[in-house]
Design a protein around this ligand. Structure first.
Ligand SMILES: Nc1nc2c(ncn2[C@@H]2O[C@H](COP(=O)(O)OP(=O)(O)OP(=O)(O)O)[C@@H](O)[C@H]2O)c(=O)[nH]1
Ligand SMILES: [Mg+2]
Length: 263
């Protein structure tokens, strides 16, 4: 491609410039190629190019302008500068939450599938996973607080120069229902499941755990939006899988038992 440069080109303004734009995946050698074309070390190599850069040179008497660009990666352009601590904390929190949800829903499906009698049949995961999941709830309250704290700090709020009763109160006010949900799971669901049900109803614990099935899709969707990939194929697949999963989930009513004998 050819451009006739006017004022922005250093040197002779009337030179005909051959422009070369280097595009490609990360670490594919774009910056090195740019240096080879120009015959001098203008572009930094061996480290991530995060901003497009142009340099000029001459090849066989032909004036050339080389534009080096950030590499493409699976998720987005390699531009770590736009990642703030709050973004990193939020993505980490969502990833851990997805992993927990995948484990919870898999346990739920295993429990439900193994119970023929919905009241008396037992599966060890019904108690083991609840024991494992309770500490996660405590961790998640802390992780949500960290995300809140860092995002307010990024906005430059004076009160967020350090942790204080004020920052904790603000967080509790903002995420009240979520925190209440987590605390209820630790203080009500866990003791009931472990100590108060006399070994009955593992099937229902399984059903409860399968409700986590949609969480990974929601979390992955939010992460893709955060990465600016809301129009990507990956996001469309994620949304369609989410709805398919919602519609195809078999209702627990396919199993029957006369529960009057237990009450
Ligand atoms: N073996 C080999 N290594 C190369 C070649 N070109 C570049 N490299 C090496 O590959 C690494 C990445 O090269 P860069 O030129 O920085 O790659 P880039 O595409 O600009 O990378 P990003 O800016 O991160 O997208 C460097 O360590 C280079 O020395 C090549 O042709 N052969
Ligand atoms: Mg580069």
């Amino acid at each position: 491609m050819e451009f006739r440069m006017t004022s922005s080109l250093p040197g002779q303004h009337s030179d005909l410039v051959l422009w070369i734009v280097l595009l490609g995946r990360r670490k594919s050698g774009k910056s090195s190629t740019g240096n080879s074309i120009l015959g001098k070390e203008e572009f930094a190599t061996g480290k991530k190019t995060t901003m497009s850069e142009r340099h000029f040179g001459s090849v066989d008497g032909q004036r050339v302008g080389v534009v080096d660009t950030p590499g493409w990666s699976l998720f987005s352009l390699a531009n770590p500068e736009k990642w703030k601590d709050a973004d990193v904390a939020l993505i980490s929190e969502r990833m851990v939450s997805s992993i927990h949800a995948i484990m919870a829903s898999t346990s739920g499906v295993l429990i439900v599938a193994s119970c023929s009698d919905i009241m008396t049949d037992r599966h060890r995961l019904a108690t083991d996973f609840v024991l494992f999941g309770a500490p996660y709830m405590a961790y998640d309250i802390y992780a949500m607080y960290q995300v809140h704290y860092l995002s307010e700090q990024d906005k430059g709020h004076e009160a967020y120069k350090g942790h204080s009763l004020h920052t904790v109160t603000k967080f509790l006010h903002k995420d009240f229902l979520l925190v209440l949900h987590h605390i209820a799971l630790i203080t009500i669901f866990m003791p009931v499941t472990l100590f108060l049900r006399r070994g009955l109803g593992d099937f229902f614990i399984g059903c409860f755990l399968t409700t986590e099935l949609s969480t990974p899709f929601v979390s992955i969707g939010k992460v893709l939006i955060q990465l600016g990939l809301q129009d990507s194929t990956l996001h469309k697949i994620n949304v369609s899988t989410f709805f398919t999963n919602k519609f195809l989930r078999t209702p627990p009513s396919t199993k029957t038992t006369d529960i009057s004998q237990y009450v």
